[in-house]
Design a protein around this ligand. Structure first.
Ligand code: DOR
Ligand code: ZN
Length: 351
């Protein structure tokens, strides 16, 4: 019997870290092969904080694409206390900015330039609401007294709720949701049509115990950190529900092995090499393969008000091994999530 096949409208990845330089060169082919478009995170050092920065970064990404790739990077602005609303609006009007990203200062990797108090950028947010530019949010409070496993839930109450009240027409994506509270929050606001949420592949697989199974596993450390099993299940349920606000965003976040396997390791899971296969596996395990296309290819463009992709991809149900270490030019490598493990699906072509 021939292997089962699954044909999907070509998906997009609504949350990607592509980095720069040698790392960009090493990781971009994986994303560009699977996805037609990706929302590119701006947390470089220094951050992508102006329209000119984003234009230059976009040019470097296009330059790094493999020959023949069909891939469009969608750029974002890294909001700081000093963001110039006029520059942001110009960047949006010229098409270089698809969205702007809020990193609460010091919430995660390269967020030191992030916003120290959200009220400081209320003027910028008002302008974004006016011009229809979505706000993408890393939704964790940064108060060290708040337990790391509670930082997302506390953010919803303390920051996001008041923010939505202050800016009733601003469209918001709550990025990489990790809790049942976030899923419930998004659903409670779904009728407004102005809230979306990305769900990563790794958060569909791991709960917080996996990070410590048999020893500390630095490659499973990411932010927001994985929570209890009840939350993982809520994420699987939301992703596979087909509901409009939930869409694919891998948050693939490559770091060199030497930066992960060290006394103070970086946060991030590198899922790009097998991203769509990982999602297919999670959806099949939930008995919901039929909802994968909505999550991966329909809900995101609808939220962003962009056209659906016309191309298709084909997955085949054959065992496929997740890539081993991806080499970096410097002689260091990046270890993919589930490296060496076998998944049930394989991407065979984009057409
Ligand atoms: O795990 C993460 N890694 N979470 C983030 O928010 C940032 C990302 C990165 O840039 O490495
Ligand atoms: Zn991210």
């Amino acid at each position: 019997m021939p292997a089962a096949r699954l044909t999907l409208r070509r998906p997009d990845d609504w949350h990607v870290h592509l980095r720069d330089g040698a790392m960009l060169k090493a990781v971009l082919p994986f994303t560009a092969q699977q996805f037609a478009r990706a929302i590119v995170m701006p947390n470089l050092k220094p951050p992508v904080a102006t329209a000119a920065d984003a234009e230059a970064y976009r040019a470097r990404i296009l330059e790094a694409l493999p020959a023949g790739a069909r891939f469009t990077p969608l750029m974002t602005c890294y909001l700081t206390d000093a963001t110039d609303a006029d520059d942001l609006a110009r960047g949006a009007a010229s098409g270089v900015f698809t969205a702007a990203k809020l990193y609460p200062a010091n919430a995660t990797t390269n967020s030191a330039f992030g916003v120290t108090d959200i009220r400081r950028i209320d003027g910028v947010l008002a302008r974004m609401a006016e011009i229809g530019l979505p706000l993408l949010i890393h939704g964790e409070v940064t108060d060290p007294d708040v337990d790391i496993f509670d930082r997302e839930a506390v953010f919803l109450d303390q920051v996001l709720s008041p923010l939505l009240d202050r800016h009733p027409t601003l469209r918001v994506v709550l990025e990489h949701v990790t809790t049942k509270e976030a899923v419930d929050f998004v659903r409670a606001h779904a009728a407004s049509g102005r809230i979306g949420a990305t769900i990563t592949a790794h958060h569909l697989f791991i709960n917080r115990s996996h990070i410590f199974a048999g020893g500390i596993r630095p490659h499973l450390y990411c932010l927001p950190i994985a929570k209890r099993e009840v939350h993982r299940r809520a994420l699987v349920e939301a992703a596979t529900s087909g509901e409009g606000p939930f869409f694919l965003g891998t948050d693939t976040a490559p770091h060199a092995v030497t930066a992960k396997e060290t006394a103070c390791g970086c946060a991030g899971c590198f899922t790009a090499p097998s991203a769509i296969e990982l999602y297919a596996q999670a959806f099949e395990e939930a008995g919901a393969l039929g909802k994968l296309e909505a999550f991966a290819s329909l809900n995101g463009p609808r939220f962003y008000r962009l056209p659906l992709n016309e191309e298709r991809i084909v997955l085949e149900r054959v065992p496929s091994k997740v890539a081993d270490v991806v080499l970096l030019a410097e002689g260091d490598g990046i270890l993919p999530f589930k490296s060496g493990e076998t998944l049930d699906w394989r991407l065979i072509r984009a057409e």
